[in-house]
Design a protein around this ligand. Structure first.
Ligand SMILES: Cc1cc2nc3c(=O)[nH]c(=O)nc-3n(C[C@H](O)[C@H](O)[C@H](O)COP(=O)(O)OP(=O)(O)OC[C@H]3O[C@@H](n4cnc5c(N)ncnc54)[C@H](O)[C@@H]3O)c2cc1C
Length: 466
């Protein structure tokens, strides 16, 4: 295993890597250092041995070989949305894939192939030109690869499942510097492991996945006064029981900050909202929504929209921000659980959390299949994610402590396993899988990266023979 503290020779030797690459290397001796080590999540203070901007698969191989030979490690980052989950990056090259942005769509097969640095909005827009939709999450700025390796829960999830289970092939550079293509027939173990096991197995250089014929959706938000939080979350909870798989919805407590970039109608105000996307006709969607509309929302944005507009529905930040938060998967959302949540994050609670969302799972998310990857199905009723702004250390600590308090208070309703992508704390991946699945991932890690060259979000530790 590589040593865990950086040495002067290793860091100064990194300059030599420059001559071997098409892309760029930035070390702490360079003026661009502080820019280069930034993550999308500005609250993450990344201090790697060096940052490499890879331009090509050849660059990735060079970095992997260089790190292995020099006793360094490699961590791969598309955007840095998940940077807060990484441990110390000392002795680690931060390999940024931002410049690898190739994207192709095979219209006949309805398959997209994207390189490692492609963002969801790139795919969403390209696919929508052909009436197709990808299983993107709520934000167009999230990276396709990081999101998909962790499972990937989006607006079409209850109809088409987790994004990882729609992947048909993954191209990687492994720890021994090999370029491999993993699919159902070639390297099937690796193919299984990367679909939900995260970035522990190699540097993904490209990924191929299915697109679906969804040109438009009936979607929007119902805003209610914050004071009605308990009542509305309760009503939404009952409503989801009758919702078909074509509906994915979110119940959410929102406290908008009084910032100029927040749209005027909601700036500085708090709400309880229901967000939903229905991939069916407007008539059927409106009929489905009627019981919630009868509760008298103060704002109602539901309309038939082109599917590419879904990336704005959740009102995620359009660019990098400093944030902190965490999530927990819930087996169910009982009236008692709602009361506990509202006491901690609702009106009068003094909660520093900007948003506490509950995503309704079930449908295709809960259906397992032998064709699926390691993520399998999510056996939980709801996925909770709590987040707040963290402009300084004090705020970060306060938000993290409050999110942890919410998780602890809801522990009596916790599902057996959390969703990889919503667990925003550092830590191994063990708690996301059944014992058998985790053991399988550990053996595949041992086969492909026994010395832990790759440092990933929620790492899988290699199995060792007893
Ligand atoms: C605003 C926001 C909205 C979100 N919405 C959703 C959502 O709707 N649904 C959902 O499921 N999740 C969501 N997430 C969580 C998100 O999916 C994870 O944070 C995911 O890891 C982001 O992927 P990334 O590539 O953008 O981030 P990064 O931080 O760049 O990557 C995350 C991790 O993925 C691995 N990785 C990335 N690229 C590679 C590669 N090329 N090869 C190998 N490993 C790699 C690494 O381990 C890396 O640490 C959201 C997060 C944020 C901040």
């Amino acid at each position: 295993m590589p040593p865990s503290t950086p040495t002067t020779e290793k860091i100064s030797g990194l300059g030599a890597l420059r001559d071997l690459l098409d892309g760029d290397v930035v070390t702490r001796a360079d003026a661009e250092w502080d820019d280069a080590r930034l993550a999308w999540n500005r609250a993450a203070d990344q201090r790697p041995a060096a940052v490499v901007y890879a331009e090509s698969v050849a660059d990735v191989i060079t970095v992997v070989d260089y790190a292995r030979a020099g006793g360094l490690r490699v961590t791969t980052q598309g955007t840095g949305h998940f940077a807060s989950t990484l441990d110390s990056l000392a002795d680690t090259i931060l390999l940024k894939t931002t410049r690898m942005r190739g994207l192709e769509i095979d219209l006949e097969a309805r398959i997209a192939r994207v390189e490692a640095g492609v963002l969801w909005e790139d795919v969403i827009l390209a696919a929508a030109e052909h009436g197709l939709a990808a299983l993107a999450g709520s934000s167009g700025g999230v990276g396709v690869v990081g999101y998909t390796l962790g499972g990937g829960l989006g607006w079409l999830a209850r109809r088409y499942g987790l994004a990882a289970n729609s992947v048909v092939a993954v191209e990687l550079v492994t720890a021994d510097g090999r370029r491999v293509r993993a699919d159902r027939d070639k390297e099937p173990d690796l193919f299984w492991a990367v679909r939900g096991g995260g970035g522990s197995f190699g540097v993904v250089t490209a990924i191929e996945f299915a697109l679906y014929p969804v040109p438009e959706v009936y979607a929007g938000i119902l805003f209610f006064p914050f004071e009605r939080a308990a009542e509305l979350l309760g009503a939404w909870r009952e409503w989801v029981d009758g919702a078909p798989d074509e509906v994915t919805s979110v119940g959410r407590l929102l406290q908008f900050p009084p910032l100029p970039q927040v749209p005027e109608p909601v700036r500085g105000k708090s709400f309880v909202v229901v967000e939903a996307a229905f991939s069916g006709s407007e008539e059927d969607g409106a009929a489905l929504l009627q019981p919630l509309r009868e509760l008298g929302p103060i704002m109602d944005t539901f309309a038939t929209i082109p599917v590419e507009e879904l990336r704005f529905l959740h009102m995620d930040p359009p660019g990098p921000v400093p944030g902190a938060g965490d999530g927990i998967a819930l087996a169910d959302l009982t009236p008692e659980a709602i009361a506990v949540l509202v006491a901690l994050a609702g009106p009068g609670s003094g909660s520093p959390l900007l948003s506490v969302e509950l995503r309704h799972l079930g449908g295709a998310v809960a259906e397992d299949s032998s064709e699926h990857g390691a993520v399998g199905a999510l056996d939980a009723g709801f996925a909770l994610y709590a987040v707040g702004t963290a402009v300084d250390e004090e705020m970060k600590v306060a938000v993290e402590a409050h999110a942890a308090k919410v998780n602890a208070a809801l522990a009596p309703w916790a599902a057996e396993r959390d969703h990889f992508n919503f667990a925003n704390r550092p830590g191994d991946a063990e708690s996301f899988y059944t014992a058998d699945t985790y053991r399988g991932l550990q053996w595949i890690k041992a086969a492909y990266d026994p010395d832990e060259l790759f440092r990933a979000s929620h790492p899988i530790r290699p199995a060792t023979r007893a």
